[in-house]
Each structure stands twice: as structure tokens, then as C-alpha cells.
Design a protein around this ligand. Structure first.
Ligand SMILES: [Zn+2]
Length: 174
């Protein structure tokens, strides 16, 4: 099942040294969903798939979502597929955290967190495009969020352009 190519239900392949994604070839037939890896081609039993799904749930339960750096580090480890439902849920939560929470409002974000926010916005919009959800309120909010993020990025670049010659001049005068 690829959900129009979004691969939301994809699971990490359990074969050693394989970084592929397990996907169901017959998602509508619940008696024989037929999961196999899109990279190594190895089929997996329903019991293995259920265990992998539980493992994804345990990963999600173990994450401290009140610490954005913990979520960012977890996503970078790639223990959950980047396009899977767990990662998408974490990205949506992180995207909201990096603008809604005191101390993490847009103008307060570090340059690194601003970069992460831009990537989260783009990743989420890409999932929405693949799911063909159309011009909904949710998509509109995400487009606006990306616009605000890019405006903040431009504001910082312009500030740096204004200050850089002044700082250099300051150094010359010292
Ligand atoms: Zn594989």
C-alpha cells in the first residue's frame, strides 16, 4: 500500500543491512496482505509485520515530545521510515512546537531550528500533495506557515547584510 506514493504505512525492512521499506502489495485483502521489501524484495510474514508495527508504536511512545531537540535527533536516527506515519506525526507535532511554544516563537528560533522548521513545512506539504488532499484549510495553514518561516529567514539574511559591513568597518577601526 503506497497511499498515492506517500508510503505512510511503510515499515523498516527487518533484514540485516537492508534500509528498504516494507510495503503491502495487497492492502485491501486483510487475510493475505502480502508485505515485501521494495529494496531487497524479501517477503515478511503477517506476524513479523504486526511486531514491526508494535515496535513503531513503542518508538513513538518513548519520545519526549516536549523537547524539540529530542524529536529532531530521533528523526535523524531513521529508526522509523522518514515517510511513515510515525515520522509524519512527529514532524507535524514538531512543526507546531516550533512556533506555538513560548521560547520557540518564530522570531525566537535559533537559525538551526528555523532550518528544521522550513524542512518540516516542506515535508508535510509534500505528503499532502502525494495524498492529493487538495486545497484544504490544513494545506492552507501549512502554506502560510512556510511563507512565515521563509519571511523570517529573509529578515535574518537582510539583517546580516546590513550588519556585516558595519562589523567589518568596526574591526578596521580597532
Ligand atoms: Zn529489505
Amino acid at each position: 500500500m503506497q497511499e498515492f506514493g506517500s508510503q505512510l504505512s511503510g515499515l523498516p525492512c527487518p533484514e540485516p543491512d537492508c534500509t528498504g521499506l516494507l510495503l503491502s502489495q495487497r492492502p485491501l485483502d486483510y487475510r493475505a496482505p502480502d508485505w515485501s521489501c521494495q529494496q531487497c524484495g524479501q517477503p515478511q510474514s503477517p506476524a513479523t509485520v504486526v511486531e514491526l508495527q508494535r515496535q513503531q508504536g513503542r518508538h513513538l511512545a518513548g519520545i519526549d515530545t516536549s523537547d524539540p531537540d529530542h524529536v529532531i535527533a530521533f528523526l535523524a536516527e531513521r529508526r522509523v521510515p522518514d515517510t511513515g506515519i510515525v515520522a509524519v506525526q512527529l514532524k507535524a507535532g514538531l512543526n507546531l512546537f516550533l512556533v506555538m511554544v513560548d521560547g520557540y516563537k518564530l522570531h525566537e528560533l535559533s537559525d538551526e531550528h528555523l532550518k528544521v522548521k522550513e524542512k518540516m513545512c516542506r515535508d508535510l506539504l509534500s505528503v499532502m500533495d502525494k495524498l492529493k488532499i487538495g486545497n484544504t484549510r490544513l494545506k492552507g495553514l501549512n502554506v502560510f506557515d512556510l511563507h512565515q518561516t521563509l519571511s523570517e529567514k529573509m529578515r535574518r539574511i537582510k539583517l546580516e547584510e546590513v550588519w556585516r559591513p558595519i562589523i567589518i568597518l568596526g574591526w578596521k577601526l580597532l
